[in-house]
Design a protein around this ligand. Structure first.
Ligand SMILES: Nc1ncnc2c1ncn2[C@@H]1O[C@H](COP(=O)(O)OP(=O)(O)OP(=O)(O)O)[C@@H](O)[C@H]1O
Ligand SMILES: O=C(O)[C@H](O)[C@@H](O)[C@H](O)[C@H](O)CO
Length: 177
């Protein structure tokens, strides 16, 4: 089974959809948020965005966690920049990305409605500013995060069934502004 990263900014549904997808694929689900060092979590909770130096060690840790499942796994990880995805690709060659994309308004509404989460809505703008869309020479698909979670997991599963060695991004007409 191919290793999968469900990516996107805070609140896009990575954990919700990633867990459903892992169930469908019968592989373990990992949440990269649980691999953040405590200092990163504290930083975000006080309203300060992470920078590259905060993220590199964490991304290597996420890559190692994914590589520890040779039978495949699904990890929910923001993977906002191409260089971050490169770290994951180096750790787990062939990894595929499922980007759950939405507009600022859709994402902000989600984050506001969510209770008991460390991430403040005020960090959404820096998340969106940091986000680099999947490039055409990456291997991934972009899905509309406002579809219902089961539909999204099904769409991701269908795309993952495409042949190994696939390169390119399947965009499904999502508004990513
Ligand atoms: N497809 C969806 N449709 C409607 N609501 C959703 C959907 N996916 C997730 N949600 C809800 O949106 C909120 C954010 O979802 P979730 O925690 O899965 O996102 P996330 O990307 O993992 O966020 P973070 O990275 O900030 O932890 C939750 O309250 C969740 O129940
Ligand atoms: O790279 C990042 O800035 C982080 O991974 C964030 O995206 C959060 O961990 C997550 O989304 C919590 O809301």
């Amino acid at each position: 089974m191919i290793p999968v990263v469900v990516m996107g900014v805070s609140g896009c549904g990575k954990s919700t959809v990633g867990a459903l997808l892992a169930d469908r694929l019968a592989v373990p689900f990992l949440d990269a948020d649980s691999l953040h060092p405590a200092a990163n979590l504290r930083k975000m909770a006080r309203g300060a965005p992470l920078d590259d130096d905060d993220r590199w060690p964490w991304l290597h840790q996420v890559g190692r966690a994914l590589a520890a499942h040779p039978g495949g796994a699904v990890v929910a990880c923001s993977a906002l920049r191409r260089a971050y995805r490169d770290v994951l690709r180096d750790a787990v060659p062939g990894v595929r990305f499922v980007h759950l994309a939405g507009t600022r308004e859709q994402l902000a509404a989600r984050m506001r409605a969510r209770e008991g989460h460390f991430m403040p809505v005020s960090l959404l703008d820096t998340q969106l500013a940091t986000l680099e869309q999947l490039d055409d020479d990456e291997t991934g698909t972009v899905l509309d995060c406002t579809l219902d979670p089961a539909t999204l997991a099904g769409a991701a599963q269908a795309w993952l069934a495409r042949p190994a060695g696939l390169v390119g991004v399947l965009r499904t007409g999502v508004d990513t502004r």
